[in-house]
Every structure is written in C-alpha cells, then in structure tokens.
Design a protein around this ligand. Structure first.
Ligand code: NAD
Length: 347
C-alpha cells in the first residue's frame, strides 16, 4: 500500500474527496478526518504543491490536526481541511465559486475558512455557492487577536508552573515574530510587566513600537541562545529542531506558531533538557475558538472570550501532568484530544 493510503488508514479519516473542475481550473482535496463531535471545521489552504501526492499528504496531516485542535478547545466540532492545488497569483472568482460547490456537495459535514494564501475576500466568493463558511469578516472577524489572547493565557500558565505565580512582572520572555499574532501578544506582555526581548524578520514598524515600549531586540540566532524564562515562537513552524533545541537556554516554550516541533522526538528532547513545552495546538486555539463558534451556535464574543481564557487551565493541567509523569507534553495533549473525540467533550 502506498504511503498516503496507509496514512488514511492509520489516521482513521472518514472521507477524503478529490475534486476536479477543468472549466474553473480547480483541483482540490477536502479531507474530513472526524465528525464524531460535530461537523468538521478547518481552513482552505491554497498552495502550488509540486504534485498531488504532496497535497494529499498535507491535507491528511492538517485535517487530523484540526480534529485534535477543535476537540481540545472544547468545541462540538470535528476536524477537516481543504487544499487547492494552485499558484496564489492565479486566484480567480470562478476558482473559489467552484470550491464552494465542492464544499456544498459534502452536505453540511464540512465548514471551510480562510487559511494560508486564502482571504476573507476569497471566502465571499465561496459563499456564493455554500453557507458552509466560518471566520466571516462580518461575524467573528480576524482570528489573530483571539489567538494572541489565548497564547498570553498559556504563557501565564507556563509562568505559574515555573514560578508558582502567573504574575509576569520581570519574567524574561523572548518572542519570535511580530506579525498579526506576535505584535498583539507583545503588547499584552509589555503591559503585564514582562521583560521582553523580540526577534523579527520584517515588520520594522512593529519592532520600533515595541522598542519604544521598552522591549529589547535580538537576532533570531541570538534569541535561541538567550537566557530566558519563556521562549514564545510566533513565526514559522519547525523552529524547535535538532539544531536549535541543544542551544536553548530558556526554561519553557510557549508560543502561537503552528507545528513548532520538527517531529515527536523533539518533544522528547525538550523534556530531557527539562524545558517545559505548551503544546502548540492547545495554546494557539483562540482563533479557531472564535471562528468555530459560527458553525454551531449564534456568535457571542463574551462566550468566545470565556472559552479562550480556559486555555490557561488546559495548558497548566498538561504541564502539571507532564511534570508528574515525565511524559512529553505533546503526547499528553494528543491523548487528551483523542479521548474527547472518542468519549465526548466531558471526558
Ligand atoms: P504573520 O505572517 O502575520 O506573522 C509571522 C511573522 O513572523 C512575520 O512578520 C514574519 O516576518 C516573521 N518571521 C518569519 N520567520 C521569522 C523568524 N525566523 N524569526 C523572526 N520572525 C520571523 O502570521 P501570524 O498570523 O501572526 O501567525 C504566526 C504564527 O501563529 C504562524 O505559525 C501561524 O500558523 C500561527 N497561528 C496563527 C493564528 C492566527 O490567528 N493568525 C492561529 C493559530 C496559529
């Protein structure tokens, strides 16, 4: 059996649908991993994959991740993802209308949303053909501020585990990436009295604003080696890898970036080095909590914020269990999500 078919079997996907619309130039795959807790929610990524195998591999991995993320966030939602195989410079209205028809054909089992290389404008075109869209500009809006709030709460939970208090005054935090989430988060950290150091590849304007507020600047390479209480990766994935982990001089890692660990072994390495790790799909769940609400109830910001703040408890409980059992935090987080998928949200 080939590798991807083996993955479908091993990951336990319910449905993997390939769509081909030559007139609209659409080639896409929608993978529904699990709908046991409710209809599946996950974004639509548009990417110029080198081949269909690569797209399939990505959509299988990402859709399973959404099942875990949605379950861990406590939402009555399953996990799925859509990928469109296309060049981002070739986006058209017809392409997204055709994608909307694909989503609609799944009969309510899948809600799509914006993701890498897709925007709320693209989703407006999708909505001409289906109502199965969340994260709408007119309803829940930009998810980044909610992701930043949840990450801030996760950082407080890590601080509590390290210092016995969630007070961030004087806590040395190194933040990587001053984009949509990172900049919001950096402002909250400074306001909470953290001793903040930042590294960024772009966003000079945001960096100047942070320097004016008393933050310090380091290069990326310097940030890994800096003596910190908490490192908060808020840029790209796979930054915790075989090269960086041996260099780290922080006591904990807690940040918003997706897929921070290069692989599972890196979680074991962090554990062996005694560095706490707030699992990414738990701490960065604020954005999906915000958008996901559109799929199962009337959107209510107060309610969203209540759920987002609960990230503090979830992160703290996972760090605590890891301290007690010696198991890597990522393993505990995945088991927590899988248990909810199997036995319900109150499990
Ligand atoms: P963004 O593109 O707005 O910001 C990322 C920033 O990181 C950019 O400014 C980029 O210049 C900078 N950067 C890239 N590589 C860097 C490096 N090596 N060192 C320092 N800076 C670097 O993205 P975002 O929306 O802020 O998301 C940040 C991360 O959080 C991503 O991994 C994303 O997948 C994840 N995430 C975001 C959300 C959300 O609501 N936006 C939700 C969940 C997870």
């Amino acid at each position: 059996m080939n590798k991807t078919l083996q993955m479908i079997r091993d990951y336990g996907h319910e449905q993997v649908a390939f769509f081909n619309n030559e007139k609209a130039g659409l080639k896409c795959i929608i993978a529904i991993h699990n709908t046991k807790l409710g209809p599946a929610v996950g974004g639509c990524r548009l990417y110029p994959y080198a081949c269909e195998e690569d797209a399939l591999f990505d959509v299988l991995r990402l859709s399973r991740g959404m099942s875990f993320k949605n379950a861990a966030a406590g939402m009555p939602l399953g996990g799925a993802k859509g990928v469109i195989i296309a060049d981002p410079s070739q986006k058209t209205e017809a392409l997204f209308e055709a994608y909307g028809e694909c989503v609609e054909s799944l009969g309510g089992r899948y809600f799509t949303a914006e993701d890498v290389n897709t925007t709320t404008q693209d989703m407006d075109w999708v909505m001409r053909k289906t109502k199965q869209v969340v994260g709408k500009a007119t309803v829940s809006g930009d998810p980044s501020p909610f992701t930043a709030i949840g990450t801030f709460d996760g950082i407080r939970a890590a601080a509590k585990m390290l210092n016995g208090t969630d007070d961030l005054h004087g806590v040395k935090i190194g933040l990587q990436g001053l984009g949509h989430v990172g900049f919001d988060l950096a402002q909250q950290l400074v306001a909470a009295g953290a001793d903040l150091t930042v590294a960024t590849h772009s966003n000079r304007k945001n960096m100047e604003a942070m320097l004016a507020l008393g933050a310090k600047e380091l290069t990326d390479a310097e940030l890994y080696k800096a003596e910190l209480d908490i490192l908060a990766p808020c840029a790209l994935g796979a930054t915790l890898n075989y090269e960086t982990i041996p260099e780290l001089r922080c006591r904990a890692v807690a940040g918003a970036a997706n897929n921070q660990l290069l692989d599972e072994e890196c979680g074991v390495m962090l554990k062996k080095r005694g560095i706490l790790y707030a699992p990414d799909f738990i701490i960065n769940g604020g954005g999906v909590i915000n958008a996901g609400q559109e799929a199962y109830t009337v959107y209510d910001k107060e309610n969203v914020l209540k759920q987002v703040h609960n990230i503090f408890n979830t992160v703290y409980d996972i760090l605590d269990e890891s301290q007690k059992t010696g198991e890597p935090e990522g393993v505990i987080a995945q088991r927590f999500a899988e248990n909810r998928i199997k036995n319900g949200l109150n499990a």
